[in-house]
Design a protein around this ligand. Structure first.
Ligand SMILES: Cc1cc2nc3c(=O)[nH]c(=O)nc-3n(C[C@H](O)[C@H](O)[C@H](O)COP(=O)(O)O)c2cc1C
Length: 133
């Protein structure tokens, strides 16, 4: 099985803890049977999600995510086949978008549309490297 990776960003609509918990509950229900792992970097002004797994399952899940009214302005930043999972142990790791990633001003002015693929992968690698073993 070839592993596929998709990263997108979006703007949360009505962000609060119950909403985030609802999304994580969906991920917990659907991702394990679909061999999907990943991470969701989240803050009231940004969702940045990494999904990894079989291509068909990733695209099907992404098509559901695209139609979800809990966020807006959804844009794919990266789609590629890859060798290894960045979050092999996580059906969906949630991580607060800390200010050392990008400030709210940077997000507001559209920095995610201009950063390179390496930089976006690097953000997730940093989250993965900060997790306890
Ligand atoms: C930011 C965001 C991330 C999401 N991540 C996932 C995910 O990783 N896996 C998943 O199955 N659903 C995820 N969802 C929820 C889906 O959009 C969808 O509601 C869910 O898969 C149930 O779809 P269904 O009722 O059509 O089966 C996410 C939604 C949002 C807004």
């Amino acid at each position: 099985m070839q592993l596929f990776r998709l990263i997108y960003c979006s703007q949360p609509f009505g962000y609060d803890l119950p909403m985030l918990n609802g999304i994580l509950a969906d991920a917990k229900t659907y991702n394990p049977p679909n061999s999907i792992t990943g991470a969701l970097i989240c803050r009231e002004d940004i969702f940045l999600q990494l999904l990894e797994g079989p291509k068909e399952n990733i695209l099907l899940t992404y098509s559901k995510i695209l139609n979800d009214d809990r966020h807006l302005n959804i844009k794919v930043l990266l789609e590629e086949f890859c060798e290894n999972r960045i979050f092999p142990q996580w059906h969906m790791k949630d991580d607060p978008a800390r200010s050392w990633f990008w400030t709210k001003e940077q997000i507001h002015s559209g920095i995610l549309q201009t950063i390179s693929k390496c930089e976006v992968i690097d953000a997730f690698e940093k989250v993965a490297n900060s997790l306890p073993e």
